[in-house]
Design a protein around this ligand. Structure first.
Ligand SMILES: NC(=O)c1ccc[n+]([C@@H]2O[C@H](COP(=O)([O-])OP(=O)(O)OC[C@H]3O[C@@H](n4cnc5c(N)ncnc54)[C@H](OP(=O)(O)O)[C@@H]3O)[C@@H](O)[C@H]2O)c1
Length: 340
């Protein structure tokens, strides 16, 4: 049994973490914090938890958090996490950070896309990118997990088998992704009002989104070559879920037989209990994955190209679910604990 805390428990991701950790048989959720809700009972803020949790939200106080936790989840906006991580690590705690603060290895790239100076460069190099399907071995011993972004999770899982095996023509990768509105967090913004989003659909941050360099970093590592994928995010008028359609040209000489690519994906994810590969001609929809930790992938070969369609729940496989999956691997709990 481990004692666990959440800083930022009142956000969309924090709330999902509370729900998952409460049903985890080997975890005791001992402390939750947020600045604006300190002193309030968590179930008063989120009445769906009435009868399942008696904790009150505290102000984030590192000493108190450390005294009550073996592991701390940070469900904070980027830039806020790097204020907490150095002190938690110094106190010997293991940390799973759901923000972007430790995902990008090149500080200059982080600073360009997030428009802030990084305050904890020292810990970036030891942070393990928490995508279990690729980094399970490193996650087992990690002190600090940089939990992947939601768009990067679905995008990397979509193209990884083709990139890692040299089948993808690395100049031709196009990721066309659509996310529900919870992807932007709870902050108030005119563009996220119901009346702005409902019955509408639009692209935004076309090829300049901050998740672009995160995707490029990870698929470049898999390929052993620098890759820049074309990444276009869209805002869907739904609460949760991301569906990505990826277009990839095959390299010369890697055409193979029809069905080879499907077998490749099945083999690549054979140890990934949360990746489900669809049979030929079958493609995921959001309804198949929302409220689950699964990433469902459908594949269509088209002569010299492959079209990969993948779907996840942005708050689960794209955030809190993946974070709990990482915790399970770090503490040798069953990988699926609290997630099925
Ligand atoms: N939403 C998604 O689908 C998704 C997916 C993947 C990753 N993420 C990442 O996960 C993190 C949390 O996302 P979210 O959507 O849950 O955000 P959110 O809904 O805006 O929640 C943020 C939480 O952090 C607290 N907080 C904000 N600033 C803080 C500070 N300076 N110090 C301490 N606490 C602070 C907030 O409460 P108070 O303001 O009361 O302190 C709240 O509890 C973000 O980094 C986000 O990029 C989100």
């Amino acid at each position: 049994m481990i004692n666990v805390g959440i800083i930022g428990a009142t956000g969309y991701v924090g709330e999902e973490l509370v729900g998952l950790l409460l049903k985890h048989p080997q975890v005791k959720l001992t402390n939750i914090s947020s600045r604006s809700s300190s002193g309030e009972l968590f179930y008063d803020l989120s009445p769906r938890f009435k009868g399942t949790i008696t904790l009150t939200c505290d102000k984030p106080d590192i000493k108190k958090i450390c005294a009550k936790s073996d592991l701390v989840f940070l469900a904070l906006p980027h830039t806020a996490s790097m204020d907490f991580v150095p002190q938690l690590l110094k106190a010997g705690k293991r940390v799973i950070d759901l923000s972007a603060d430790y995902r990008i290895k090149e500080t200059a790239v982080y600073e360009k896309f997030y428009a802030v100076k990084h305050k904890d460069k020292l810990n970036i190099k030891d942070a393990v990118y928490g995508l279990p399907e690729i980094y399970k071995a490193k996650i087992k011993t990690a002190k600090l997990i940089a939990n992947p972004g939601c768009y990067p999770t679905v995008s990397i899982l979509s193209v990884a088998p083709l990139v890692a095996t040299g089948i993808a023509d690395i100049k031709s990768i196009i990721i066309d992704a659509k996310s529900g509105v919870t992807g932007a967090g709870k902050k108030l913004a005119e563009g996220l009002l119901f009346s702005e989003v409902n019955e509408d659909f639009k692209a935004y941050k076309v090829n300049v989104h901050q998740h672009g360099p995160e995707i490029d970093q990870e698929i470049s590592k898999l390929a052993g070559k620098k890759i820049h994928a074309t990444f276009v995010p869209h805002l869907l008028p739904v609460n949760r879920g991301i569906l990505a359609t990826c277009y990839i040209k095959k390299t010369q000489g890697s055409k193979g037989k029809a069905g080879d690519i499907l077998s490749l994906y099945k083999k690549f994810y054979k140890d990934g209990p949360f990746v489900r590969i669809r049979k030929p001609g079958d493609f995921p929809r959001l309804k198949d994955v929302v409220y689950t930790n699964f990433c469902d992938i459908g594949i269509q070969e088209d002569g010299e190209s492959v079209i990969v369609i993948a779907a996840i729940d942005n708050l689960l496989k794209g955030a809190a679910g993946q974070a709990v999956q990482n915790m399970n691997i770090m503490y040798k709990f069953p990988e699926e604990a609290a997630l099925l």
